[in-house]
Write a protein that binds this ligand. Structure first.
Ligand code: F6P
Length: 552
């Protein structure tokens, strides 16, 4: 298995050929590739459908040769073999000695996945059945709070992968949510979200999902304890708290230690990474809020993308192509970032979700075997929904000095189907397409009098700036599932090429350890040992510790 060794990616024949090819086309302008009779053929050539999504990637600085060389690179880096290893349940997460089988969570009944210890699919099916049963009881009023009130408010307490996915999906698909249920999310250790959320909720009608793979995460446990105190202060007897708390975790003992009944713990496998866990019981709040049918449609959409990723040839494989285009700009054009521009507010939480997915997965500088990489890895992911972004930072995308590839996401059908909104939606789509066209074409907005003068230069757009456009017919649970799985697999493809492990996250550990030391020091800043920290950190601890002391 070519999986555990170090590679010299930059010595591979395809890499070297891509470098040469980059120099060949660096001076060419995409607009010339769109001129003349071949333009429609270019769009046909560089677009594809998969799992209900349409990707137009013709507005990229690529030719047929680029795609051929990039797919050669994918083969030389064993992308298909690595994908098959993940599918086979091999321990591709080598540093944690675990499989990465989130694909098993969305496979239909009857499809069996195994890891090295045995089959995992029956456990997945059992948990899904328990989630379905539980969410139906909550939704139809058979599950009530301690005082007999029907549940009206849901709170998911979790952070990172135990928050971003469910939060994003509940927000994106709120039109499918029950009107008599509110889905609330508490993530940050900063109490602002708590302070703003709790007063609006009826404690007797509130169900809390404590969602944490480890059940030891500082933020989640602190928030869960504060909410428990709020419930008790509101009159819920301690002995009845089990009517208001359930847990999602791999750590049943810790959850029970918190006071949650064993039968109210929804487990998932260790082989589900935090940022890939939406499809597991981590999606419980999604199922509670949207209903089992919609959660299962989300899974089905993701599975459709899985099937495409697994079977389509590399040249016509959407996650592979998106991944390769990312490699093209990151490694051959030195692009440091990728901007995500969903043209719908419903996807406003997609960029932060993708930040964790991409940057926590691929923000690595050592290869699988621990040797250093000699190439750039994860780009910085950022973005905002259009058209808001246009009035904030698009100036830089059009005229800045840094190349920023953009993923535009357009949804054809408005989510709120009212005649008055159709006009908004037409304008929204017009803006989306205008932006990618402007980035591609460039041009001059100078009047004849301005041309050649300073104002003419200010009003000039060089164009030749790449983008992808993903088109979704309607933002349904199924399409959203496919979209998320598309990005998951894209990240996997890039990790396979960079020869890094996308499934661990050691980089978050150091800060957590240092925080454990600093927290007690803030209580007594005057007795800080002189060499405990660097001078800057010590000074900050003293300033904050003394300010906190005044608060008592
Ligand atoms: O700190 C990073 C991280 O470990 C993420 O990878 C994870 O999604 C998040 O914290 C939450 O972890 P847990 O689900 O164990 O609370």
């Amino acid at each position: 298995m070519p999986y555990k060794t170090s590679v010299r990616l930059d010595q591979l024949p395809a890499w070297r050929a891509l470098l040469e090819h980059r120099d060949e086309i660096a001076a060419q302008h995409m607009r010339d590739w769109f001129a003349g009779a071949g333009a429609n053929a270019r769009v046909d050539n560089f677009s594809l459908h998969a799992a209900g999504l349409y990707l137009d990637y013709s507005k990229n600085r690529i030719t047929d040769k680029t795609r051929t060389l990039l797919t050669h690179l994918a083969r030389e880096c064993h992308v298909p073999a690595k994908r098959d290893a993940m599918w086979a349940g091999e321990h591709v997460n080598v540093t944690e000695n675990r499989a990465a089988l989130h694909i098993a969570l969305r496979a239909p009944k009857g499809v069996t996945f195994r890891d090295t210890t045995g089959e995992v699919s029956s456990g997945v099916g059992e948990t899904l059945a328990r989630m379905r049963d539980f969410s139906e009881r909550v939704r139809d009023g058979r599950w009530v709070g301690a005082t007999g009130k029907r549940i009206k408010h849901l709170i998911n307490v979790g952070i990172g992968g135990s928050d971003l996915g469910p939060r994003m999906v509940c927000d994106a698909l709120a039109v499918y949510g029950r009107e008599d249920l509110s889905a609330n999310f508490i993530a940050n250790i900063d109490p602002t979200e708590l302070a703003r959320t709790l007063p609006a909720l009826d404690p007797e009608a509130t169900l809390v999902v404590v969602c944490s793979k480890t059940f030891t995460t500082l933020e989640t446990m602190t928030n869960a304890r504060t909410i428990r105190a709020w419930l008790i202060e509101s009159g819920i007897p301690e002995k009845d708290l089990d009517k208001h708390f359930v847990a999602v975790s791999t750590n049943v003992d810790e959850a029970m230690g918190f006071g949650i009944l064993r039968e109210n713990v929804f487990q998932f496998g260790e082989w589900v990474g935090g940022r890939y866990s939406l499809w597991s019981s981590v999606g419980l709040i999604v199922m509670l809020y949207l209903g089992a049918q919609h959660f299962e449609a989300l899974l089905a959409g993701a599975h459709a993308m899985d099937e495409h990723f697994r079977h389509a040839p590399l040249e016509a494989n959407m996650p592979v192509l998106l991944g390769l285009l990312g490699i093209w700009y990151r490694n051959f054009f030195d692009a440091q970032t990728l901007s995500i521009a969903p043209y719908t507010d419903a996807l406003q939480k997609l960029p932060p979700y993708l930040q964790q997915l991409d940057m926590e997965s691929n923000g690595k500088s050592v290869q699988i075997d621990g040797s250093p990489v000699a190439w750039q890895t994860a780009p910085i992911i950022w973005g905002e929904p259009g058209t808001n972004g246009q009035h904030a930072y698009f100036q830089m995308l059009h005229q800045g000095t840094t190349l920023v590839p953009v993923d535009f996401i357009a949804v054809l059908e408005p989510q709120y189907d009212q005649p008055a909104y159709l006009d908004h939606h037409r304008k929204l789509l017009a803006n989306c397409f205008a932006q990618s066209e402007a980035l591609l074409q460039g041009g001059s907005m100078a009047t004849p009098e301005q041309a050649g003068g300073p104002l003419g230069a200010q009003r000039c757009f060089e164009g030749n700036r790449p983008s992808n456009t993903l088109v979704i017919d309607k933002l349904t649970p199924e399409r959203l599932g496919a979209l998320i799985a598309l990005y998951e697999h894209k990240v996997f493809v890039q990790a396979a090429i960079w020869n890094i492990n996308p499934f661990d996250q050691w980089g978050v550990e150091l800060g957590k350890t240092l925080c454990r030391a600093i927290e007690p020091e803030l209580l007594d800043p005057d007795s800080l040992k002189p060499d405990a920290h660097d001078a800057s950190t010590a000074s900050l601890i003293r300033i904050a510790g003394n300010a906190l002391k005044k608060k008592g």
